[in-house]
Write a protein that binds this ligand. Structure first.
Ligand code: ATP
Length: 905
């Protein structure tokens, strides 16, 4: 379809060609039919093939060396050993594959969660659909901040400007016009009546009909522009990668030394070589990056269930370091469910009945019920409210749904309550943006043309020269202005949001010629409306949680300072401070003063998007880690430069979503706090299994190294080393990553961004535990040796079984301790992480099978253990665990029962 020169076709011809109907779109039957043929997605770069992913598990150098050595030992004669080693390597590879595959899948799902939507007209109804379901012939509504979801021939445009740098490299937005007549040979950059997939609307609004989707779009054709899907590594993953490389070198050196020392002492060369290689395979924490990814990805899935959709994986880590949350007011801290409650002209104020978007409700003046339609000034306000408005209300039996801006929806309801429903013909629109804080339309009413304007009172007043007073236009002077400004202040202190209305009659010949500025000058002020937008339920609790967690909540709004302050007080962002910093103040403050104000005042009002950018910069320069919310297209730069850019799924624009690292599915401030909580506990969990894995691996290496150094016989056979790795490193480590958040996560200060993974003494703890595990394993080995000697047993099987079992059990006890750096497993609730209990039980059963199942005894050279062997093993391996259990019992039974109730918050 896209071989047609669409820009040359008239709108009517375009509809004919794509077989769609103006004002109706496609029927649902037609959509279904077209969906079979078209998919609106750009094919991604090569995906990882699961088979290759599995085979990849065997490509680690040490695994290859181990496999080669196994083959040699098999040929020499130890066939059963060789097969078992192969089996263990394969099981390990399966585990590794499952981890990696899950990580990959979860990352895919995360991508899907953040996929864009489009507003379309189907069968005459406006609906929101995933952009990938668009088909040629669909009519798409376009708003500032939208990403163009497919290639479109524009059919309507009001001040529409599109930034097409993704296609043309030109970052200055291009003015678009549905009516433009174009030459035959124009380049993409000059096709002004077209909009192309992947470009974004910076201003205005309009509609377009889809002429190409997916790979048929211009974007799809320019193959070089389709980026391979790149998986960004988080800073932690990068650091772990570096750490992994250092550990590999250390491991290899130590393993080589163990092998050399063994051979020097006269041990069998092949056995020593196998032991060295097995040790390297077991001790190199090759699973670490995959487990980190799985834990991050699972965390991200958990967060998405709680409405926080993470778009960029590194954000999960940064969330835990967040020190400041800068939040919009409207819709994030408040419900965005607006209702106009008051209306005032110069000499009269009305109260309006009704809640939410319900269209019924009467108007009351001080004298009683009042019909605003009968009063020319109130009637004019209702006309502006209805016409200077792009919102729509779909009133189905089940619920009332609004489309468009909630402020405008509230005004639409107001007009409907007053009995106005039919809009005049719209000729031109100067759109609203948070910079201008006003919006205008030119409409044709009968044979006359009017400009109708609504916006912030303080802004609109500077465009007005008259005001309607007692039915007549009067010069707007200081006294008249004061009347409305005082009224605004009074309403705002009751948390009402105030909007003003103005108009002017214009000459038909000026409609298209006059500049926006000229049009919006010399207006007549009509009056103001006050609307409520109550705080979201429980947002005050979330604000409190932030304060407890050392995170400073800051409100940044485009609304009036007094309204902002009233809401800030209601939700506890500020209490006894009556100060608000306005956009004007920000311009006059130097960076240092602005920083101080931000941290102490915490309420910014009448700010523009660039101010947000400056606030982020000033905070970041002073080492704050900033989460910043944004919805409008102009917020994108601030959202992008924040450490955590937060966009809104419901009221936000696609451009801002794309700039963000996290999207709130419910637009709710509390969800950011939930995300911070999750971010902290995910990082905790990563620390937990690093503590576990490295502690265990150091233990394993040291057992072999110390034994070699002390000229002891080989304490573990290669096959036993691999087994330890299998039963302890796999499932228990994974389960540790699923540990529920520990108590008090939101009672401590944020983690520093520069903090290393081994901070707060973790490195020391790991090293000491490794040494401890090695010592107790060798102790068990020595006891086994002494017992064998005493009883005339002339092989090492018993001593090795004791060392082997002690090493396994020490690690399985240790995994419970790694659940928290602060609390004992009993304080946390022993069975609270049921995955861990199951994983450890499985590992214990597997190990007992190896000791007591005769065929396996032969393979693993194990012997059944007596009760006293077990006594020694349990006492040695569970020393710390038993000590913590006893302290817990003593505390609980004899000292204070209640402290644990407090811990389990
Ligand atoms: P927040 O910044 O917290 O989301 P906000 O909606 O008040 O809150 P903006 O969207 O920047 O912030 O709006 C700034 C001001 O512009 C509002 O306080 C209001 O006076 C005015 N305004 C808001 N929406 C419209 C609109 N659709 N048309 C005209 N004026 C508007």
């Amino acid at each position: 379809m896209n071989k047609t020169s669409w820009w040359q076709k008239s709108i009517a011809d375009t509809f004919k060609l794509v077989k769609s109907e103006p004002g109706y779109g496609l029927s649902s039957k037609e959509v279904e039919k077209r969906k079979e043929q078209y998919r609106n997605v750009l094919e991604e770069g090569t995906k990882k093939n699961p088979v290759l992913m599995f085979l990849n598990q065997f490509t680690e150098t040490m695994v290859i060396v181990l496999l080669a050595a196994t083959v040699i030992s098999g040929i020499i004669g130890a066939m059963i050993d060789a097969i078992t080693i192969m089996a263990i390597v394969i099981i390990n590879a399966v585990l590794g594959f499952v981890q990696e595959y899950r990580a990959e899948k979860s990352l895919d799902e995360i991508k899907k969660l953040a996929s864009p939507y489009a507003n379309v007209l189907r069968a005459g109804k406006r609906v929101k659909i995933p952009a990938e379901d668009l088909v040629p012939g669909d009519i798409v509504f376009l708003e500032a901040g939208d990403k163009i979801p497919a290639d479109l021939r524009l059919i309507q445009s009001y001040s529409l400007e599109i930034e097409e740098s993704a296609l043309t490299g030109e970052s200055v937005p291009v003015e678009k016009s549905a009516q433009a007549n174009l030459e035959k040979d124009v380049s993409i950059a000059d096709q002004r009546n077209m909009a192309f997939m992947g470009t974004s609307i910076t201003r205005g609004n309009g509609q377009g009909v889809v002429i190409a989707t997916g790979m048929q779009t211009v974007m799809g054709e320019i193959a070089s522009l389709i980026k391979e899907s790149q998986e960004a590594q988080t800073p932690l993953q990068q650091r772990l990668d570096q750490l992994g490389k250092i550990l590999i070198i250390i491991c290899l050196v130590v393993c080589a030394m163990v092998t050399a020392m063994g051979i020097y002492r006269g041990e069998d060369t092949l056995t020593m070589f196998m032991a060295g290689v097995s040790l390297a395979v077991a001790a190199i924490p090759e699973g670490l990056p995959a487990i980190v990814t799985v834990v991050l990805a699972l965390g991200v899935q958990r967060m998405s269930k709680r409405n926080a959709i993470v778009r960029k994986l590194p954000a999960v880590e940064t969330l835990g370091c967040t020190t400041v949350i800068c939040s919009d007011k409207t819709g994030t801290l408040t419900q965005n469910q607006m209702t106009v409650k008051r209306l005032a002209i110069f000499d009269k104020t009305l109260d309006i009945e009704g809640e939410g978007y319900n269209k019924s409700g009467s108007f009351f003046s001080a004298e009683g019920k009042f019909n605003p339609k009968k009063d020319p000034v109130f009637n004019k306000i209702l006309e502006v409210a209805l016409n200077c408005n792009n919102a729509a209300i779909a009133d189905s039996k089940r619920k009332i749904e609004i489309q468009g801006d909630p402020t405008e929806a509230a005004l639409l309801v107001l007009a409907m309550k007053g009995g106005l429903e039919e809009r005049f013909e719209k000729i031109r629109e100067i759109p609203f943006d948070s910079e201008r804080k006003k919006m205008s339309v030119i409409v044709k009413k009968g044979n006359h043309y009017y400009i109708m304007v609504k916006g912030a009172l303080d802004v609109l007043m500077s465009s007005c020269s008259q005001v309607v007073k007692e039915g007549n236009d009067t010069k707007l002077n200081e006294n008249n202005s004061k009347y409305f400004l005082d009224l605004q202040e009074k309403w705002a202190s009751n948390a009402l949001r105030v909007l003003a209305f103005a108009y002017k009659k214009i000459d038909s010949k000026d409609i298209h010629k006059i500049s926006d500025n000229e049009l919006e000058s010399d207006l007549t002020l009509l009056g103001i409306a006050g609307m409520i937008d109550p705080p979201r339920p429980n947002v005050d609790e979330s604000v409190n949680q932030c304060l407890d967690a050392g995170v400073v909540p800051i409100m940044i709004t485009g609304d009036h300072p007094i309204t902002a302050l009233a809401i800030a007080k209601q939700i506890g962002i500020t209490n006894d401070n009556d100060e608000v910093v306005t956009g004007g103040d920000i311009d006059n403050l130097n960076d240092k003063a602005l920083y101080r104000k931000a941290m102490s005042t915490r309420v910014f009002a009448r700010v523009s998007p660039q101010h947000k950018n400056r606030i982020v910069k000033v905070l970041q320069e002073r080492r704050q880690v900033v989460a910043m919310t944004g919805d409008g297209v102009n917020d994108a730069p601030a959202v992008k430069s924040a450490d955590i850019g937060v966009a809104m799924a419901i009221s936000g624009t696609e451009v801002t979503k794309e700039a963000s690292s996290m999207v709130l599915a419910d637009d709710n401030f509390s969800t950011i706090v939930v995300a911070v909580h999750e971010g902290r506990s995910i990082y905790d969990n990563i620390r937990k299994f690093i503590r576990y894995l490295l502690g265990c691996n150091i233990g394993e290496v040291l057992v072999m190294f110390l034994a070699a150094l002390l000229a002891m016989p080989l304490p573990l056979l290669p096959i036993q080393i691999l087994w330890v790795n299998l039963v302890t490193d796999g499932l228990p480590a994974m389960a540790l990553g699923l540990e529920p958040a520990e108590p008090g996560v939101m009672k401590r200060k944020p983690r520093s961004k520069d903090e290393g993974i081994f901070s707060n003494g973790l490195g020391k703890i790991i090293l000491l535990r490794g040494i401890f595990i090695a010592i107790i394993t060798l102790t068990a080995f020595t006891v086994g040796l002494a017992y064998s000697q005493m009883h005339g047993i002339d092989n090492l099987d018993l001593a090795r079984t004791m060392a082997f079992t002690t090493l396994v059990f020490a690690q399985l006890f240790y995994v419970f301790e790694c659940r928290s750096e602060k609390f004992s497993p009993f304080e946390l609730g022993f069975f609270k992480n049921k995955f861990l209990v199951i994983a450890v039980s499985l590992s214990v059963m597997m190990h007992l099978t190896v000791i007591y199942y005769t065929p396996l005894q032969e393979i693993f050279r194990t012997v059944p253990l007596d009760w006293w062997h077990w006594g020694i093993i349990i006492i040695l391996s569970g020393l710390q665990f038993i000590f913590r259990l006893l302290t817990y019992i003593i505390q609980r039974v004899f000292i204070n029962r209640n402290i644990y109730a407090k811990i389990r918050l």
